[in-house]
Design a protein around this ligand. Structure first.
Ligand SMILES: *[C@@H]1O[C@H](CO)[C@@H](O)[C@H](O)[C@H]1NC(C)=O
Ligand SMILES: *[C@@H]1O[C@H](CO)[C@@H](O)[C@H](O)[C@H]1NC(C)=O
Ligand SMILES: *[C@@H]1O[C@H](CO)[C@@H](O)[C@H](O)[C@H]1NC(C)=O
Ligand SMILES: *[C@@H]1O[C@H](CO)[C@@H](O)[C@H](O)[C@H]1NC(C)=O
Ligand SMILES: *[C@@H]1O[C@H](CO)[C@@H](O)[C@H](O)[C@H]1NC(C)=O
Ligand SMILES: *[C@@H]1O[C@H](CO)[C@@H](O)[C@H](O)[C@H]1NC(C)=O
Ligand SMILES: *[C@@H]1O[C@H](CO)[C@@H](O)[C@H](O)[C@H]1NC(C)=O
Length: 485
């Protein structure tokens, strides 16, 4: 049904390397000062460095997009990465890249110097049976100087504390989870600006404990009793909020985690001994995801005619490119110098509403014309949605994503569509479009390699291969090993 996301995942899978694990050393004393390791050219997927004492978890070099290296903690039976040291600054898979421990755990490369470091003065590195990687200093008891649990990537495992200073970021870099004063929220980054937009908000229900005003900040934790809890520091040990998983109060479920997915959903899983079973999802309806049909798409839930189409009824929806072949139209706003009012055209559509509209700015107006004019006059506005029955006018002040289709024709949408691109930017749509027809594995993988080689001289996160998104570690997702039902 939702072809756009399907295709994204298809491409992600092509670029993923095969998940075969090469197990090397493992030591229960951990890594001591003087330890050093380099990646072997023969390893295709994962080079283990340090295991925990159950054998369930392993720290090692994970090969990403064939040529790059992330230091990762993996769940061994599923090869699923749970944590990455350096998601925004991947190293090269090259024998000049080195991991060493001199009190700090450090990744270096002769060209770029220190790529990542724990910045500690410790005595050993240990991988605990919780998947937590720690730098400890000797003593009785040993003290923890640094732990990976404090720097989550896209996954939060059971008993890991998620605080308001942390975020989970999806592997494509587009979506993130944050804690607020009394809620948790999912946020999207739709344009290269720093602006992030909330699209899902879960307020603490305060059933078991109240939030104490003036008390500590909130933190969240995946509780082994089968829920995602929110708690308040320095007050009660009871949760101020409980989001139940399917496995709620089931004692036979062994290892729980939540992960922010490349489609923007927050999902929970448990390990059933052979696969990751879906246990929770923040957003159940695919049309409520932040951009299930891409920009200027229309997602219609349920029944016949459901799935993706385009807001512009003269454009047909294409699974890979969505509704726009030139994504340069989606950036910034209409306030930039030199971009006059008539650099866009107005697209109108009946029977549309904004998903998560309760999180949009709204005003009560007396007519559709007034609603449209609120948007037309404001150069930071991209669109307005009017509900004729209630008089609400919802303002979208970021590039138009997927709207929700409804049979109710009294809900009307007004959208600005940019005529000309604002300067040269990397066009994802165009690149993908060329290959859409003959999307053979070789062509796409070849493109990635060619692009990488071409950019070898001036490397950087922004210049990352065939970018489906601005994110740096987009293809690590391997949602493949998460079983969705
Ligand atoms: C460990 O190595 C890093 C990188 O070379 C260096 O910056 C740091 O000072 C070293 N730490 C110690 C304790 O020697
Ligand atoms: C999580 O926070 C609680 C409450 O402060 C603390 O007792 C616990 O040790 C923390 N867990 C980890 C793994 O840091
Ligand atoms: C960890 O390993 C034990 C056996 O050593 C197994 O029973 C358990 O399911 C594993 N847990 C995970 C999360 O893989
Ligand atoms: C756990 O127990 C429940 C019954 O209480 C059963 O339905 C379920 O299949 C079990 N799950 C696993 C992973 O063994
Ligand atoms: C497309 O939308 C326009 C304007 O709303 C409408 O006049 C036209 O009939 C629609 N065309 C189709 C094929 O639905
Ligand atoms: C224009 O829109 C922005 C963002 O929605 C809003 O903050 C601002 O107040 C609006 N300006 C006017 C003049 O309405
Ligand atoms: C909007 O509502 C008015 C009455 O409130 C009604 O007369 C009009 O037909 C409605 N327009 C649409 C497009 O539904």
């Amino acid at each position: 049904m939702l072809g756009f996301m399907g295709e994204l995942q298809f491409i992600a899978l092509l670029v993923l390397s095969l998940q075969t694990i090469s197990v090397s050393s493992s030591s229960n004393e951990g890594l001591l000062r003087g330890f050093s390791a380099v990646p072997h050219s023969s390893v295709t997927s994962f080079q283990a460095i340090l295991g925990d004492n159950t054998g369930n978890f392993s720290l090692g070099f994970l090969r990403v997009d064939r040529t790059r290296l992330a230091l990762a903690v993996l769940h061994v039976p599923s090869s699923q990465p749970l944590w990455l040291a350096n998601p925004t600054r991947l190293a090269r898979w090259s024998d000049t890249t080195r991991l060493f421990f001199n009190g700090s755990l450090v990744i270096t490369d002769p060209r770029e110097g220190v790529l990542w470091s724990t910045g500690t003065t410790g005595d050993r590195v240990l991988l605990l049976d919780t998947s937590n990687l720690q730098v400890q200093s000797d003593g009785d008891p040993p003290s923890v100087l640094w732990q990976s649990f404090d720097f989550p990537t896209d996954t939060l495992v059971e008993n890991q504390n998620f605080t308001s200073s942390m975020s989970l970021v999806s592997s494509n870099g587009l979506y993130s989870l944050h804690l607020g004063k009394d809620f948790m929220g999912l946020y999207a980054k739709y344009s290269p600006s720093e602006q992030i937009i909330i699209y899902w908000k879960h307020k603490a229900q305060e059933a078991k404990a109240q939030i104490v005003v003036g008390g500590g900040p909130l933190y969240a934790q995946v509780n082994t009793d089968g829920y995602l809890g929110m708690y308040q520091y320095q007050t009660s040990s009871l949760p101020v909020d409980v989001q139940k998983f399917n496995s709620f109060q089931r004692s036979n479920v062994s290892f729980l985690l939540v992960r922010i997915e490349p489609d923007g959903n927050l999902k929970g899983y448990y390990w059933d001994g052979s696969k990751w079973a879906l246990n929770y999802q923040a957003i159940a309806d695919a049309c409520e995801l932040p951009s299930p049909c891409g920009s200027y798409g229309l997602c219609t839930p349920g029944g016949s005619g459901s799935g993706c189409s385009c807001l512009d009824n003269t454009t047909s929806y294409q699974p890979v490119t969505g509704c726009f072949h030139d994504r340069r139209q989606e950036y910034g706003d209409f306030c930039d110098q030199g971009i006059a009012k008539n650099d866009y055209w107005a697209l109108r559509r009946k029977g549309v509403e904004a998903p998560h509209k309760e999180l949009l700015r709204s005003e009560t107006v007396s007519s559709l014309e007034q609603c449209e004019s609120l948007c037309e006059k404001n150069c930071s506005c991209w669109g307005a949605l009017y509900n004729n029955a209630t008089g609400f006018c919802y303002i979208v002040d970021y590039p138009i994503q997927t709207m929700t289709g409804t049979r109710d024709e009294s809900k009307l949408g007004y959208f600005k569509v940019r005529n000309s691109p604002p300067g040269k930017k990397h066009s994802i749509g165009a690149v993908l479009g060329i290959f859409a027809g003959a999307a053979s594995i070789i062509a796409i993988v070849g493109l990635v390699i060619a692009k990488y080689l071409k950019r070898k001289k001036t490397r950087g996160i922004k210049e990352d291969g065939i970018s489906l998104s601005p994110g740096p570690y987009k293809n690590l997702g391997s949602s493949s090993s998460f079983n969705s039902e």
